[in-house]
Design a binder for this molecule. Sequence first.
Ligand code: ZN
Length: 316
Amino acid sequence: MRKVAGIDLGGTMIKMGIVDEKDGIIDKIEFETKLDLGFEGVVKRMVEMLEELITRNAVEISAVGIGSPGSIDHENGVIRFSPNFPGWENVPLKAEFERLSSFQVFVENDANSAVLGEKWFGAGKNKEHIVLLTLGTGIGGGVISHNILIKGHDGIGAELGHTVVEPNGPLCGCGNYGCLEAIASGSAMVRFANEGRRKFPNSKIFQLEKDRGVLGAKEIFDAFRENDPLATRIIERFIDAMSTAIANFIHIFNPQIVILGGGISRGSDVFFDELKKRVEMKVMPSFVSTYELVVSPLLNDAGILGASAVALEALK
Ligand SMILES: [Zn+2]
C-alpha cells in the first residue's frame, strides 16, 4: 500500500507522521515550530525531522502533504499569509521543501486538509458529499461536493465560519458582524464569559478559572454541566448559532454527512443532542433525516491524517 508523509504545520507545534493509505498512521512525531528560526529555518528543520522519521521506520514515501493555516495558494504551494505565522508573506513552502529534499510536496489550507482527512480516514469514508466544521479558537470549514473539494475561483472558498448567523451580532475578526466564528468559536465563548464577569461574578466559570489558572471553552462546558447560568447563556447562543449555520449548509450542499472536528468538538457531550434536535427543526421538511451529524473520530490525529490525505488526493 502507498505511504505518504503528513505534516500539520501550526504556529506553535508541528505534527508529522508517516501514513499508510489503508492502515493510517505508522509513526508520528511532534515538535515546536520555532518561528524564530525564520521561514527557511523552519522548513529545513521539517525536512530533517521527516528524514529521521523515514529512516527510523525504514519506509519509502510517495509524497508529502502539508496542511497549513492561513490563505494558501495550493497550486504553487505558497502561504500567502497567515495570522499564525507573523512575517511570512508569500512564502514558497512547496518550492523550498522540494529544494531541500527529494520529495514531491503538496500544500493545502488546514480546513480543506481536514475534510480530505475525513474522506480518506474518518467519518467521510465512501461519501461524496461532506461538510466539515473545525471548531477551535476560530471556525474553519471544508466542503466536498460530488466528490470534489470546493475551493472556489481563487482557492479561498468554503469559509463556513464566516457565515453570518446574527446580522447585528458581535464584531468578527474578519471585520464583519455576527459571523458564526464570532459567536461559536472558542475565543468567542471566552469573550462572552469575560463580558459576563460583572453581571455574574459568582459564576462557576470563574471559580474554575481560579482553580485551574485558565479560562477556555472547557471551563465553560464544565460550568454548563453544573447548570451555571452564565455558561448556559453562552452554550445556548452557541447551539443557536451552530444550528442556524448547519441548517444553511444542509440547504446549500445537501450533504450526506456534517462532521464536527477541532478541539471544541471534544466537549460535544454537553451540546450535541440539543444541537442535533435544533438542526433538524431548522431544516426544510424535504431535508429532514437526509444527513448524518457526527463528531469527527480522528481526534488528535486529524491534522496529520488530513495533511497526508492532501498528498493521497493529489496522487490519485
Ligand atoms: Zn467573520
